[in-house]
Design a protein around this ligand. Structure first.
Ligand code: ADP
Ligand code: ADP
Length: 232
């Protein structure tokens, strides 16, 4: 489903070059929940952003759900992004729009007609458990509810892959668990492939099938979660 081959990302800054991602090779299977863990600055965000074309690798090839995202641009990239959705630590919701309008937004952009849009939004609201909050604005929601809106919006166009960039890092432990349960539910029910990055071991242990540990732009360890992090 996802293939990362000989990928490097070098940023040029006024203090010189930074090898944010340094010779990474990685294959992620369809239906897998794959975690990337590492300290701040390890290169996790840069790696996940290359999966949906938010960053272009300096070298190497990235393919996701049949799209060579390291090469395509413009309209083809926008089309590919309907299959490769993302959720964020700070939710990135539209603050002047209601829950319903936030979730409908990607459907509008995709040109889905109004009636089909309303039906799809209702389906998504049920799926993420936001019944009764349809007309609320983001400022009226708890952190967990905001992330549920983010998840519903990400799923609107039936993506094949969901990328999660520190998606629970702004949430308290109990809310984190409920969002992780929702992600597992979505993975099992829809067969969606999930790639998540985190600095929290708990997140990896709770839901990931496999994990890669990143350090200094490199993958220093990879495998089944129980093998990489043996329980004491
Ligand atoms: P992580 O997500 O693991 O915290 P990042 O991918 O954000 O790591 O960063 C990896 C390295 O690349 C860091 O040294 C960071 O400062 C650097 N970096 C990330 N984005 C940029 C950028 N746009 N310009 C310059 N350096 C960057
Ligand atoms: P953070 O402030 O830590 O980025 P938020 O969840 O508050 O996290 O914000 C998410 C995004 O929404 C940010 O890009 C922010 O600039 C934007 N944003 C926050 N508040 C408002 C607002 N009242 N009106 C418009 N945009 C907002």
């Amino acid at each position: 489903m996802i293939s990362i081959k000989d990928v490097k990302k070098i940023f040029s800054t006024k203090n010189g070059k930074v090898n944010a991602v340094d010779n990474v090779n990685l294959e992620i299977n369809e239906g897998e929940i794959f975690g990337v863990i590492g300290y701040s600055g390890a290169g996790k965000s840069t790696l996940i952003r290359m999966l949906n074309g938010l960053e272009i690798p300096t070298e190497g090839v990235v393919s996701v759900a049949g799209n060579e995202v390291s090469r395509i641009k413009g309209a083809s990239l926008r089309k590919a992004r309907q299959e490769i959705s993302m959720i964020f630590q700070h939710f990135n919701l539209l603050w002047s729009r209601t829950v319903r309008e936030n979730i409908a937004f990607p459907l509008e952009i995709a040109g889905v007609p109004k009636k089909a849009r309303l039906e799809r939004v209702n389906e998504l609201i049920k799926l993420v458990g936001l019944d009764g909050r349809e007309d609320a604005y983001p400022s009226q929601l708890s952190g967990g509810q905001k992330q549920r809106v983010g998840i519903a919006r990400a799923l609107a166009n039936n993506p094949k892959v969901l990328l999660c960039d520190e998606a629970t890092s702004a949430l308290d432990p109990q809310t984190t668990d409920s969002i992780l349960d929702l992600l597992v539910d979505i993975n099992e029910r829809l067969g969606l492939t999930i790639v998540l990055i985190t600095h929290e071991m708990h997140v990896i242990r709770k839901i990931c099938h496999r994990v890669a540990v990143m350090e200094g732009g490199r993958i220093v360890e990879i495998g089944e979660v129980l093998d990489v992090f043996q329980k004491p």
